[in-house]
Design a protein around this ligand. Structure first.
Ligand SMILES: Cc1cc2nc3c(=O)[nH]c(=O)nc-3n(C[C@H](O)[C@H](O)[C@H](O)COP(=O)(O)OP(=O)(O)OC[C@H]3O[C@@H](n4cnc5c(N)ncnc54)[C@H](O)[C@@H]3O)c2cc1C
Length: 313
Protein backbone atom coordinates (compact mmCIF):
# COMPACT_ATOMS: atom_id res chain seq x y z
CA UNK A 1 0.00 0.00 0.00
CA UNK A 2 2.83 2.37 0.86
CA UNK A 3 4.61 1.89 -2.46
CA UNK A 4 1.36 2.50 -4.31
CA UNK A 5 0.70 5.55 -2.10
CA UNK A 6 4.00 7.14 -3.22
CA UNK A 7 2.90 6.77 -6.85
CA UNK A 8 -0.54 8.22 -6.17
CA UNK A 9 0.83 11.20 -4.19
CA UNK A 10 3.09 12.03 -7.15
CA UNK A 11 0.08 11.72 -9.49
CA UNK A 12 -1.88 14.07 -7.21
CA UNK A 13 0.99 16.56 -7.30
CA UNK A 14 1.01 16.41 -11.10
CA UNK A 15 -2.75 16.78 -11.38
CA UNK A 16 -2.96 19.63 -8.87
CA UNK A 17 0.27 21.36 -9.88
CA UNK A 18 1.42 21.52 -6.23
CA UNK A 19 4.28 20.04 -4.23
CA UNK A 20 2.70 18.04 -1.42
CA UNK A 21 5.26 15.38 -0.50
CA UNK A 22 8.62 16.68 0.75
CA UNK A 23 11.27 13.97 0.99
CA UNK A 24 13.53 14.59 3.99
CA UNK A 25 14.48 11.02 4.96
CA UNK A 26 13.46 9.53 8.30
CA UNK A 27 15.61 8.42 11.24
CA UNK A 28 14.09 5.91 13.66
CA UNK A 29 16.19 5.85 16.79
CA UNK A 30 16.29 3.72 19.93
CA UNK A 31 17.94 0.77 21.67
CA UNK A 32 18.71 -2.03 19.18
CA UNK A 33 16.12 -4.28 20.86
CA UNK A 34 13.34 -1.62 20.94
CA UNK A 35 10.05 -2.23 19.14
CA UNK A 36 10.72 0.81 16.94
CA UNK A 37 14.14 -0.35 15.72
CA UNK A 38 13.34 -4.05 15.37
CA UNK A 39 9.99 -3.32 13.69
CA UNK A 40 11.51 -0.83 11.25
CA UNK A 41 14.31 -3.24 10.33
CA UNK A 42 11.83 -6.09 9.89
CA UNK A 43 9.64 -3.98 7.57
CA UNK A 44 12.63 -2.74 5.60
CA UNK A 45 13.86 -6.32 5.07
CA UNK A 46 10.41 -7.68 4.25
CA UNK A 47 9.62 -5.00 1.66
CA UNK A 48 13.11 -4.27 0.32
CA UNK A 49 13.09 -0.64 1.58
CA UNK A 50 16.28 1.40 1.29
CA UNK A 51 17.81 1.92 4.74
CA UNK A 52 21.02 2.23 6.74
CA UNK A 53 21.63 1.11 10.31
CA UNK A 54 23.83 3.66 12.12
CA UNK A 55 25.38 3.27 15.59
CA UNK A 56 24.72 6.31 17.84
CA UNK A 57 28.11 8.03 17.24
CA UNK A 58 27.63 7.87 13.44
CA UNK A 59 24.03 9.02 13.73
CA UNK A 60 25.08 12.06 15.83
CA UNK A 61 27.87 12.87 13.40
CA UNK A 62 25.43 12.85 10.48
CA UNK A 63 22.65 14.69 12.35
CA UNK A 64 24.44 16.71 15.07
CA UNK A 65 21.20 17.89 16.68
CA UNK A 66 20.54 14.44 18.20
CA UNK A 67 21.93 13.44 21.63
CA UNK A 68 21.37 9.74 22.24
CA UNK A 69 23.04 7.13 24.47
CA UNK A 70 26.03 5.34 22.93
CA UNK A 71 24.19 2.02 22.85
CA UNK A 72 21.31 3.43 20.72
CA UNK A 73 21.12 2.93 16.96
CA UNK A 74 19.29 4.78 14.19
CA UNK A 75 17.61 3.27 11.14
CA UNK A 76 17.78 5.90 8.40
CA UNK A 77 15.45 5.58 5.41
CA UNK A 78 16.14 8.12 2.66
CA UNK A 79 12.60 7.89 1.24
CA UNK A 80 10.82 9.17 4.37
CA UNK A 81 9.23 12.59 4.26
CA UNK A 82 6.48 15.05 5.09
CA UNK A 83 3.08 15.48 3.51
CA UNK A 84 1.46 18.91 3.57
CA UNK A 85 -1.74 17.58 5.09
CA UNK A 86 -4.22 20.44 4.63
CA UNK A 87 -2.98 21.22 1.11
CA UNK A 88 -3.30 17.51 0.24
CA UNK A 89 -6.91 17.36 1.42
CA UNK A 90 -7.75 20.57 -0.47
CA UNK A 91 -6.08 19.25 -3.64
CA UNK A 92 -8.12 16.05 -3.48
CA UNK A 93 -11.34 18.00 -2.89
CA UNK A 94 -10.61 20.30 -5.82
CA UNK A 95 -9.99 17.37 -8.17
CA UNK A 96 -13.12 15.60 -6.92
CA UNK A 97 -15.17 18.74 -7.53
CA UNK A 98 -13.67 19.13 -11.01
CA UNK A 99 -14.65 15.51 -11.72
CA UNK A 100 -18.26 16.27 -10.76
CA UNK A 101 -18.42 15.59 -7.01
CA UNK A 102 -20.96 17.61 -5.03
CA UNK A 103 -19.06 18.62 -1.89
CA UNK A 104 -21.21 19.78 1.00
CA UNK A 105 -19.07 21.36 3.68
CA UNK A 106 -20.50 22.26 7.07
CA UNK A 107 -23.39 19.79 6.71
CA UNK A 108 -23.61 17.18 9.44
CA UNK A 109 -24.69 13.61 8.76
CA UNK A 110 -27.14 12.41 11.41
CA UNK A 111 -27.85 8.88 10.13
CA UNK A 112 -27.05 6.48 7.31
CA UNK A 113 -29.90 4.02 6.79
CA UNK A 114 -30.02 0.97 4.54
CA UNK A 115 -33.09 0.92 2.25
CA UNK A 116 -34.16 -1.62 -0.35
CA UNK A 117 -31.56 -1.26 -3.11
CA UNK A 118 -30.15 2.03 -1.83
CA UNK A 119 -28.90 3.99 1.18
CA UNK A 120 -30.59 7.00 2.79
CA UNK A 121 -28.27 9.62 4.23
CA UNK A 122 -29.98 11.97 6.66
CA UNK A 123 -28.25 15.26 7.39
CA UNK A 124 -29.04 18.37 9.41
CA UNK A 125 -30.30 19.92 6.16
CA UNK A 126 -32.25 17.12 4.51
CA UNK A 127 -31.66 13.70 3.08
CA UNK A 128 -30.05 12.06 0.10
CA UNK A 129 -30.59 8.65 -1.48
CA UNK A 130 -27.55 6.98 -2.96
CA UNK A 131 -26.48 3.63 -4.36
CA UNK A 132 -23.82 3.28 -1.68
CA UNK A 133 -22.38 5.24 1.23
CA UNK A 134 -18.87 5.41 2.64
CA UNK A 135 -18.73 6.44 6.28
CA UNK A 136 -15.33 7.99 6.97
CA UNK A 137 -15.91 10.21 9.98
CA UNK A 138 -12.67 9.63 11.90
CA UNK A 139 -13.16 9.74 15.69
CA UNK A 140 -16.94 10.12 15.27
CA UNK A 141 -17.49 6.65 13.80
CA UNK A 142 -19.15 5.27 16.92
CA UNK A 143 -21.27 8.41 17.26
CA UNK A 144 -22.74 7.77 13.82
CA UNK A 145 -22.71 3.96 14.11
CA UNK A 146 -23.29 3.18 17.81
CA UNK A 147 -24.01 -0.49 17.08
CA UNK A 148 -20.72 -1.04 15.24
CA UNK A 149 -19.05 -4.10 16.72
CA UNK A 150 -15.54 -2.66 16.82
CA UNK A 151 -13.45 -1.80 19.89
CA UNK A 152 -12.39 1.65 18.66
CA UNK A 153 -10.89 3.98 21.26
CA UNK A 154 -10.62 7.75 20.87
CA UNK A 155 -7.71 9.35 22.71
CA UNK A 156 -6.53 12.93 23.17
CA UNK A 157 -3.19 13.78 21.57
CA UNK A 158 -0.99 16.84 21.86
CA UNK A 159 1.53 18.19 19.38
CA UNK A 160 3.87 21.13 19.86
CA UNK A 161 6.21 23.30 17.82
CA UNK A 162 9.46 24.64 19.31
CA UNK A 163 11.91 27.25 18.18
CA UNK A 164 15.46 25.83 17.94
CA UNK A 165 18.02 27.45 20.23
CA UNK A 166 20.79 26.63 17.74
CA UNK A 167 19.45 26.89 14.20
CA UNK A 168 22.84 25.84 12.76
CA UNK A 169 22.20 22.30 13.98
CA UNK A 170 19.09 22.13 11.80
CA UNK A 171 20.40 23.02 8.35
CA UNK A 172 17.55 23.38 5.85
CA UNK A 173 17.09 20.15 3.93
CA UNK A 174 19.48 18.19 6.19
CA UNK A 175 17.31 17.34 9.18
CA UNK A 176 15.18 14.19 8.76
CA UNK A 177 11.77 13.31 10.12
CA UNK A 178 12.47 11.32 13.28
CA UNK A 179 11.07 8.92 15.84
CA UNK A 180 12.86 8.22 19.12
CA UNK A 181 12.00 5.42 21.51
CA UNK A 182 13.60 6.18 24.87
CA UNK A 183 12.90 6.08 28.60
CA UNK A 184 10.47 8.97 27.90
CA UNK A 185 8.32 6.88 25.55
CA UNK A 186 7.99 7.15 21.77
CA UNK A 187 8.32 10.67 20.38
CA UNK A 188 8.22 11.74 16.76
CA UNK A 189 8.83 14.99 14.98
CA UNK A 190 9.41 16.83 11.77
CA UNK A 191 12.05 19.44 10.98
CA UNK A 192 11.31 23.15 10.78
CA UNK A 193 10.74 24.51 7.30
CA UNK A 194 9.40 28.02 6.89
CA UNK A 195 7.26 26.95 3.92
CA UNK A 196 5.69 24.10 5.89
CA UNK A 197 5.37 25.16 9.53
CA UNK A 198 6.90 27.37 12.22
CA UNK A 199 9.47 25.59 14.44
CA UNK A 200 10.22 21.91 14.91
CA UNK A 201 7.13 19.81 15.47
CA UNK A 202 7.30 17.18 18.19
CA UNK A 203 4.69 14.94 19.81
CA UNK A 204 4.55 11.90 22.03
CA UNK A 205 2.88 9.00 20.23
CA UNK A 206 -0.18 7.96 22.33
CA UNK A 207 0.46 11.04 24.51
CA UNK A 208 -1.29 10.00 27.78
CA UNK A 209 -3.63 7.32 26.46
CA UNK A 210 -6.56 9.40 27.80
CA UNK A 211 -9.81 8.01 26.37
CA UNK A 212 -12.13 10.93 25.55
CA UNK A 213 -15.48 11.82 24.03
CA UNK A 214 -14.74 13.51 20.67
CA UNK A 215 -17.67 15.88 21.23
CA UNK A 216 -16.37 17.12 24.57
CA UNK A 217 -12.68 16.84 25.30
CA UNK A 218 -10.13 19.23 26.75
CA UNK A 219 -8.60 21.07 23.80
CA UNK A 220 -6.38 23.29 25.92
CA UNK A 221 -2.70 22.37 26.07
CA UNK A 222 -1.63 22.22 29.70
CA UNK A 223 1.84 22.69 31.13
CA UNK A 224 1.99 19.00 32.06
CA UNK A 225 1.33 18.15 28.38
CA UNK A 226 4.21 20.36 27.35
CA UNK A 227 6.43 18.76 30.02
CA UNK A 228 5.79 15.26 28.60
CA UNK A 229 7.01 16.40 25.21
CA UNK A 230 9.89 18.53 26.51
CA UNK A 231 11.35 15.62 28.53
CA UNK A 232 12.45 13.83 25.36
CA UNK A 233 13.42 17.07 23.66
CA UNK A 234 15.69 18.17 26.52
CA UNK A 235 17.51 14.86 26.55
CA UNK A 236 17.62 13.87 22.88
CA UNK A 237 17.26 17.06 20.87
CA UNK A 238 18.46 19.80 23.24
CA UNK A 239 19.02 22.36 20.50
CA UNK A 240 15.28 22.19 19.70
CA UNK A 241 14.28 22.76 23.33
CA UNK A 242 13.55 26.45 22.81
CA UNK A 243 10.49 28.67 23.02
CA UNK A 244 7.12 26.99 22.53
CA UNK A 245 5.84 28.44 19.24
CA UNK A 246 2.50 26.63 19.06
CA UNK A 247 0.68 23.64 20.52
CA UNK A 248 -2.54 21.87 19.60
CA UNK A 249 -4.62 18.90 20.60
CA UNK A 250 -6.18 16.37 18.27
CA UNK A 251 -7.62 12.88 18.39
CA UNK A 252 -6.38 9.39 17.60
CA UNK A 253 -8.90 6.66 16.89
CA UNK A 254 -7.22 3.36 17.70
CA UNK A 255 -7.89 -0.33 17.22
CA UNK A 256 -6.34 -2.91 19.56
CA UNK A 257 -4.01 -4.22 16.82
CA UNK A 258 -3.17 -0.79 15.35
CA UNK A 259 -4.54 -1.75 11.92
CA UNK A 260 -7.24 0.15 10.08
CA UNK A 261 -10.93 -0.65 9.85
CA UNK A 262 -12.18 -0.81 6.26
CA UNK A 263 -15.16 -3.05 5.56
CA UNK A 264 -18.73 -3.31 4.42
CA UNK A 265 -21.32 -3.28 7.20
CA UNK A 266 -22.75 -6.71 7.98
CA UNK A 267 -26.27 -6.88 6.55
CA UNK A 268 -25.83 -3.67 4.51
CA UNK A 269 -23.18 -4.37 1.90
CA UNK A 270 -23.63 -0.97 0.21
CA UNK A 271 -22.60 0.84 3.41
CA UNK A 272 -18.85 0.92 3.86
CA UNK A 273 -17.09 2.01 7.01
CA UNK A 274 -13.56 3.37 6.73
CA UNK A 275 -11.36 4.28 9.65
CA UNK A 276 -7.73 4.51 8.49
CA UNK A 277 -6.80 5.11 12.08
CA UNK A 278 -4.36 4.41 14.90
CA UNK A 279 -2.31 7.50 14.12
CA UNK A 280 -0.81 6.35 10.81
CA UNK A 281 -3.52 6.60 8.16
CA UNK A 282 -2.80 9.88 6.43
CA UNK A 283 0.08 8.71 4.24
CA UNK A 284 -2.20 6.05 2.74
CA UNK A 285 -5.04 8.47 1.92
CA UNK A 286 -5.00 8.13 -1.89
CA UNK A 287 -4.78 4.31 -1.72
CA UNK A 288 -7.60 4.19 0.78
CA UNK A 289 -9.62 6.39 -1.56
CA UNK A 290 -8.98 3.90 -4.34
CA UNK A 291 -10.03 0.96 -2.14
CA UNK A 292 -13.21 2.76 -1.05
CA UNK A 293 -14.14 3.71 -4.60
CA UNK A 294 -13.64 0.05 -5.63
CA UNK A 295 -15.85 -1.16 -2.76
CA UNK A 296 -18.58 1.40 -3.43
CA UNK A 297 -18.68 0.85 -7.18
CA UNK A 298 -17.96 -2.87 -7.63
CA UNK A 299 -18.39 -4.28 -4.11
CA UNK A 300 -14.85 -5.63 -4.07
CA UNK A 301 -11.23 -4.49 -4.42
CA UNK A 302 -7.99 -5.92 -5.78
CA UNK A 303 -6.11 -4.55 -2.73
CA UNK A 304 -5.60 -6.99 0.13
CA UNK A 305 -7.73 -5.55 2.94
CA UNK A 306 -8.22 -8.74 4.96
CA UNK A 307 -6.37 -7.32 7.97
CA UNK A 308 -8.76 -4.33 8.08
CA UNK A 309 -11.91 -6.43 8.46
CA UNK A 310 -14.64 -5.99 11.07
CA UNK A 311 -14.70 -9.77 11.56
CA UNK A 312 -11.29 -9.69 13.28
CA UNK A 313 -12.94 -8.10 16.30
C1 LIG B 1 -1.45 14.12 16.22
C2 LIG B 1 -1.67 13.22 15.04
C3 LIG B 1 -0.57 12.90 14.25
C4 LIG B 1 -0.72 12.07 13.15
N1 LIG B 1 0.40 11.79 12.41
C5 LIG B 1 0.29 11.01 11.32
C6 LIG B 1 1.44 10.70 10.54
O1 LIG B 1 2.55 11.13 10.84
N2 LIG B 1 1.29 9.92 9.47
C7 LIG B 1 0.09 9.39 9.12
O2 LIG B 1 0.03 8.68 8.12
N3 LIG B 1 -1.04 9.66 9.84
C8 LIG B 1 -0.96 10.44 10.94
N4 LIG B 1 -2.06 10.70 11.71
C9 LIG B 1 -3.32 9.99 11.42
C10 LIG B 1 -4.19 10.64 10.39
O3 LIG B 1 -4.40 11.98 10.70
C11 LIG B 1 -5.51 9.87 10.35
O4 LIG B 1 -5.19 8.50 10.10
C12 LIG B 1 -6.43 10.36 9.29
O5 LIG B 1 -6.71 11.73 9.44
C13 LIG B 1 -7.74 9.59 9.38
O6 LIG B 1 -8.56 10.02 8.33
P1 LIG B 1 -10.13 9.88 8.41
O7 LIG B 1 -10.65 10.37 7.11
O8 LIG B 1 -10.48 8.51 8.87
O9 LIG B 1 -10.61 10.84 9.59
P2 LIG B 1 -10.46 12.39 9.80
O10 LIG B 1 -9.24 12.93 9.16
O11 LIG B 1 -10.67 12.59 11.28
O12 LIG B 1 -11.70 12.99 9.02
C14 LIG B 1 -13.03 12.73 9.43
C15 LIG B 1 -13.90 13.86 8.92
O13 LIG B 1 -15.29 13.51 9.11
C16 LIG B 1 -15.96 14.68 9.53
N5 LIG B 1 -17.18 14.26 10.24
C17 LIG B 1 -17.27 13.63 11.44
N6 LIG B 1 -18.54 13.38 11.76
C18 LIG B 1 -19.29 13.84 10.73
C19 LIG B 1 -20.70 13.86 10.48
N7 LIG B 1 -21.60 13.33 11.32
N8 LIG B 1 -21.12 14.44 9.31
C20 LIG B 1 -20.23 14.97 8.43
N9 LIG B 1 -18.88 14.95 8.62
C21 LIG B 1 -18.44 14.40 9.76
C22 LIG B 1 -14.96 15.40 10.40
O14 LIG B 1 -15.31 16.76 10.52
C23 LIG B 1 -13.68 15.19 9.63
O15 LIG B 1 -13.50 16.20 8.66
C24 LIG B 1 -1.97 11.54 12.82
C25 LIG B 1 -3.10 11.87 13.60
C26 LIG B 1 -2.94 12.71 14.69
C27 LIG B 1 -4.15 13.06 15.51
Amino acid sequence: MLRHAYRLWRELEQASGQKLLHITGIAEIGPPESALVTGTLRCAAMHGLRHELLPAPDLMRRFPAFRVPRDFVGVVQPDGGILKAEASVLAQLALAAAAGADIRSGESVRAVEPRAGCVRIVTDRGSVEAGAAIIAVGPWVQTLLPALAAPLRVTRQVMAWFEPTDAQLFPPGRMPVFMIESRHGLHYGIPADASLQPGIKIAKHHHREETVDPAAYDQTVRSDDEALIRAALAEHLPAANGRLVAAKTCLYTTTPDGHFLIDRLPGASNIIVASPCSGHGFKFAPVIGEILADLAITGTTGHDIARFSLARF
